[in-house]
Design a protein around this ligand. Structure first.
Ligand SMILES: CC(C)(COP(=O)(O)OP(=O)(O)OC[C@H]1O[C@@H](n2cnc3c(N)ncnc32)[C@H](O)[C@@H]1OP(=O)(O)O)[C@@H](O)C(=O)NCCC(=O)NCCS
Length: 181
């Protein structure tokens, strides 16, 4: 069977993409996304622009990945996600290509590792593996079997441990997570 030619491209997210990315994440994850522990870590903190990638086809957003800075045992590391691909465009390699672009860019930075909460069979495709239960602690309930990590520097994932906290906040937020003002 011939594979279809690739008609989409991955590039850095631009400020003009923000609205379409938010709409894609809303469609892909629904309002329940804000209740997840991983979102607690994103409140009031900007994603890292140099690690935010979009997939576009003829000017239409097909997928998006963002990475957030987090503190793991006092060290700044990365949280992958949200990662979303438009319904109807899935299974074409867009998700993998977005993550790979972000991982490649992250290797140029100071971080030791990337963490995420997700399906192990999918994320092993780009090198993630399950962390030993209890190694890191999210600020809320998380299925330990879904905590995955990827080392950005040889062996460094083994040294990631401890409480996960929000990185320094960029924007004030209220107790329920809403932006102030
Ligand atoms: C998960 C998601 C980003 C994958 O994007 P995608 O562009 O379809 O993924 P790719 O085409 O790069 O990879 C597809 C491959 O991954 C597999 N895959 C996709 N989701 C998977 C999952 N949850 N678990 C295991 N394998 C999965 C597919 O079966 C396919 O395998 P194959 O190459 O052997 O056929 C997309 O389905 C999506 O946006 N889902 C809704 C949002 C979401 O759940 N995001 C992840 C949060 S943890």
């Amino acid at each position: 069977m011939n594979a279809s030619p690739i008609s989409w491209q991955v590039r850095l997210e631009a400020s003009a993409d923000a609205q379409a990315v938010e709409a894609l994440n809303a469609d892909s994850f629904g309002p329940g996304r804000f209740a997840k522990s991983a979102y607690r870590l994103r409140e009031g903190v900007d994603p890292i622009a140099a690690l935010s990638f979009v997939a576009v086809e003829d000017g239409i957003l097909r997928g998006s990945v963002r990475f957030w800075p987090i503190s793991v045992g006092g060290h700044e590391e990365l949280l992958l996600g949200p990662l979303a691909v438009q319904t109807g465009q899935r299974g074409k390699g867009i998700g993998i290509a977005l993550m790979q672009a972000g991982i490649d860019a992250a290797r140029q930075g100071p971080w030791r590792g990337i963490l995420l909460v997700g399906d192990e069979p999918y994320y092993t495709k780009v090198g993630f593996s399950r962390l030993p239960p209890g190694r890191v602690k999210f600020p809320g309930p998380v299925d330990q079997n879904r905590i995955l990590g990827l080392s950005l520097k040889a062996g460094e994932l083994l040294t990631l441990s401890g409480q996960i906290r929000r990185a320094a906040i960029d924007h004030p937020v209220t107790a329920d997570g809403a932006a102030v003002g």
